[in-house]
Design a protein around this ligand. Sequence first.
Ligand code: PEP
Ligand code: MN
Length: 382
Amino acid sequence: MFVVRLPDARSEDTQRVEALTSKHGTLIRSVRLGESAFVLFRSEESLVTLSDSLAPLPKGGTLLQVDTPYVLSSREILPGRTRLTLNEDVVIGGEEFVVMAGPCTVETETQVATIAKSVGDSGARILRGGAFKPRTSPFSFQGRGLEGLDILSHVGRHAGLLQVSEAMCEEEVGDVAAAVDILQVGMRNGLNYSLLEAIGRHPDRPTVLLKRGIGSTLEEFLAAADYILAGGNPNVILCLRGTVDFSKHSRSALNVADIPALRQMTHLPIVVDPSHAAGHRDLVPAMSAASLVAGADGLLIEVHHEPDMAWVDGPQSLTLQGFAHLMNRLRALAPAIGRWVAPGKARETTVLHPMEELSLEKAPREEGNQANGNESHEELQA
Ligand code: PEP
Ligand code: MN
């Protein structure tokens, strides 16, 4: 496939290039992402011949050949790194290592407010909380829906935190985009192309946290991101959360090598969800630290003030104190690799706990890989 990149997305330039490329091949689609436009087309001609045929391109225009199933998310067409500015304070993909934290699911206003206050004091920037919950069993709690979204949105705002929540289908996209700052696409919808297209063409251009499908290759993951980008929405954050696994010790397999590998392949920001990857809270600190050092741009972590009472995913949720200690450790590690973590407000977060100690917050485990209460894909086998 060939792409003409135009740094200034003025429509007359795009139309001129579209007409030109149609003469030398088949026009696939033009996409405007931010200030730039991309004209995608196929041609039997070689790159060298096409460079002559299309010359002169509009000022600043570049012809590129891209032979991967993903194009718009690739570093070949945007060699730098995309920084997504969420508000005047929070940028994802810059020097700050941005931490999103909160409960798996919104239960009550008091629950969300307690967790929001504490994770905010510990340096989290974004409050997570599911309102529409993808559950393995149709008979499990399915989330508080619009009511839950409303709680997350106003509690988050009150605590000075941005918010992230999942939309599971096209009908939920508008409500989630209107209520919160980041729309999450979960692991189960990682390859749901009609949903991804609907999000891509949504006029609000919501910032999207796209999770990797449980069995997706990195190429499939980026091609899924392209479905959103192709609709003209450049605001995509990739989220690694583990893939299918043979281990009895973690819920899914988080390959740390995927972080630098993805960074080579894409310009999009990359965050890691160590909670759903681990399935057990004692594994979360080490996976978080490894993700930071390996080059992730941030984390999505499940935290609960009473994990044993959590409605969903208690065993993998950090306690408030466990989260504070982890943030303190990440804050100390970040400068060693040229990054920083937002300062915490609570005084106790100045204590530095050894990594080993951070990993001692054990939740009870059952035999095998069945994290009790977790919304585990392994439950499908049970
Ligand atoms: C979640 O983050 O709430 C969630 C359900 O995660 P995943 O889609 O990664 O399983
Ligand atoms: Mn969860």
